[in-house]
Design a protein around this ligand. Structure first.
Ligand SMILES: Nc1ncnc2c1ncn2[C@@H]1O[C@H](COP(=O)(O)OP(=O)(O)O)[C@@H](O)[C@H]1O
Ligand SMILES: [Mg+2]
Length: 265
């Protein structure tokens, strides 16, 4: 077992609000790990701090043995930690192929000089990027749209394109912020299957989600946050039957907590 991402003692306060109050956990290479918790428990703050979009007050973040604590977001991305956002970001008027080519170019060593001179290095980079794009589009089940404008896709499918774009530079891990928020319930399964296929192909994910049903279906391991602290962690089955998790999700009746955990609220 080897941890690709190691978080230790994360602390972050906003004007007196302890958003993260000493959170530690690890993500194993090759796993799908879930981070859940009720609204306001610190999930977004955790991923913002991990990916360099917020500064931690204390704690350390280690990616594949490299300390990335406090590094700027673009540096963390280049070190191999990519993230997706709750709201989708795709180029609607461009094809899936072009969306992914652009994503690769941002990380490509080939400079505009190479491009101008049409060097061998440039051609090789373009070929490698095309192979990667085709492979990813197939894994997310959208190969028939490879040359179609991204704008014609459903919201859930656009989220998958944004995920494929994040995967273009071969990151060590992708952190997903609420991948099924706002997605039509009939299309959630599509996202689940895509994530499973990508994981079987070797990709590692940390998924932040409010929908516990989705997380427990997909994740090998689940971390539960409550009020900026780690309430518990375990396998999906352990988390699903843990009375503390149900209680954290509402502190009301088990039926209401169950409904909330299914993402019905
Ligand atoms: N920019 C901010 N300024 C002030 N308080 C914030 C800010 N972002 C989050 N918080 C507070 O920090 C706590 C954790 O929020 P957040 O990380 O967004 O939780 P979650 O994503 O689990 O809903 C909440 O009490 C929230 O109100
Ligand atoms: Mg949030």
């Amino acid at each position: 077992m080897s941890a690709i991402l190691r978080l230790s003692g994360l602390r972050k306060a906003y004007a007196g609000v302890r958003a993260l109050d000493g959170v530690s956990f690890e993500v194993e290479a090759g796993s799908i790990t879930g981070l859940i918790g009720p609204n306001g428990s610190g999930k977004s703050t955790a991923i913002d701090c991990i990916s360099g979009f917020q500064k931690l007050d204390a704690g350390t973040v280690t990616l594949a043995g490299t300390d990335i604590t406090g590094r700027p977001a673009h540096h963390i991305a280049r070190t191999g930690l990519m993230r997706t956002f709750q709201t989708v970001r795709v180029y609607e008027r461009l094809s899936l192929a072009d969306n992914l080519a652009i994503a690769a170019q941002q990380f490509d060593p080939a400079t505009w000089v190479d491009e101008f001179l049409r060097t061998r290095r440039y051609r090789q980079a373009v070929e490698a990027s095309e192979r990667r794009a085709r492979e990813l589009v197939e894994l997310i089940g959208l190969e028939r749209y490879y040359n179609a404008e991204a704008g014609i896709l459903s919201y859930g499918q656009k989220k998958l394109v944004a995920l494929a774009a994040a995967l273009m530079p071969h990151p060590k891990i992708v952190v997903l912020d609420e991948p099924v928020a706002g997605v039509n319930p009939s299309r959630i399964r599509e996202i689940e299957v895509a994530l499973q296929q990508l994981n079987e192909a070797g990709e590692t994910f940390l998924i932040v989600e409010h929908n516990v049903e989705f997380i427990t279906t997909l994740c090998h391991r689940v971390i539960v946050l409550e009020q900026g602290r780690k309430l518990t962690e375990g396998t999906a089955a352990e988390i699903h039957t843990d009375p503390r998790v149900l209680e954290a999700y509402l502190g009301m009746t088990p039926e209401m907590a169950e409904a909330e955990m299914r993402g019905a609220a």
